[in-house]
Design a protein around this ligand. Structure first.
Ligand code: NDP
Length: 260
């Protein structure tokens, strides 16, 4: 995604973007897209080797990137990352709040471990990043520039997928939270978006333990052409590059052939 345009003329020049879940999938691709559009990007995820390699790639194509191995379920660790980002890159004006895990299984299997994993990351991890970076977003907007809180939800926030109850409920939280935060922060010129992708080919499904869900996912992969992470990344970069009075509040990105 590198481009030959000078950084200063790119749509996100001068902005600092924080991306959670940047070590793979949608987060990694979005970090590259935002950097290609001129943003300095801070990459957060637990796998430090992956984000360091991505930061190096971005720097080699003329961008600016900082990888900080962080477990976003640890509020203190996210605060420490925030301090490092402000010191090394400057004040963030974009949070792509994207780290998430999907562990569907019939409720009667009582996979409390998986329920908690999803709640800890998809809800609490998301809130930890909001707690650390919203003051930066508000301050950036007050200085007159664009400012974005983009939360990765899912079409699961709207639709019914059997055996995905806990995962989709965490994503309904993300969408509903985003709509409320938009009303609170919009008047301060912070844009808030709930990003709701359909199925994207990433590592998300690698963690699924349920045989029936895995069979359904494999069949879906055979039948339809799914989204690539770069497809979603482009839409995020597009939204961030719009004039600051334009807010895409809820963005559903579907594979063309996926019905629901
Ligand atoms: P990936 O599994 O590829 O990415 C998940 C990312 O979250 C990884 O970078 C992972 O990094 C990170 N992560 C996991 N746990 C933590 C943690 N405790 N602290 C910090 N980072 C963590 O999947 P996707 O790219 O698909 O998922 C990104 C988002 O998109 C998720 O919120 C997902 O729910 C959502 N989504 C995905 C869809 C899809 O079909 N793929 C559809 C709709 C929504 P690491 O392991 O290094 O920490």
């Amino acid at each position: 995604m590198s481009t030959n345009a000078p950084i200063s003329t790119r749509p996100l020049a001068g902005r600092v973007a924080v991306i959670t879940g940047a070590s793979s999938g949608i987060g990694g691709a979005t970090a590259e897209a935002l950097a290609a559009d001129g943003a300095a990007v801070a990459l957060l995820a637990r796998r430090g080797d992956r984000i360091d390699a991505l930061a190096t790639r971005i720097e080699q194509s003329g961008g600016s990137a900082l990888g900080i191995a962080t477990d976003v379920t640890d509020a203190d660790a996210v605060e420490r990352a925030g301090a490092q980002i402000r010191e090394r890159l400057g004040r963030p004006s974009l949070l792509f709040n994207n780290a998430g895990v999907m562990l569907p299984a019939p409720i009667e299997e009582l996979r409390r471990d998986q329920w908690n994993q999803q709640i800890d990351l998809n809800l609490k991890g998301l809130m930890n990043a909001i707690g650390t970076f919203v003051p930066d977003l508000v301050a950036s907007a007050a200085d007159g520039g664009p400012s974005d809180l983009i939360n990765t939800s899912s079409i699961g926030a709207q639709n019914i997928f059997p055996n995905f109850a806990v995962y989709t409920a965490t994503k309904a939280f993300v969408t509903h939270l985003s709509r409320h935060l938009r009303v609170e922060l919009g008047p301060k010129f912070v844009r808030v978006m709930a990003l709701e992708p359909g199925i994207v080919l990433t590592e998300l499904s690698d963690h699924v333990t349920d045989d029936n869900v895995n069979a359904w996912l494999a069949d879906t992969r055979e039948r339809i052409e799914l989204l690539q992470p770069q497809d979603v990344a482009r839409t995020v970069a597009f939204a961030a590059g719009l004039p600051r009075h334009v807010n895409l509040q809820q963005l559903t990105v579907m594979p063309t052939q996926q019905q629901s």
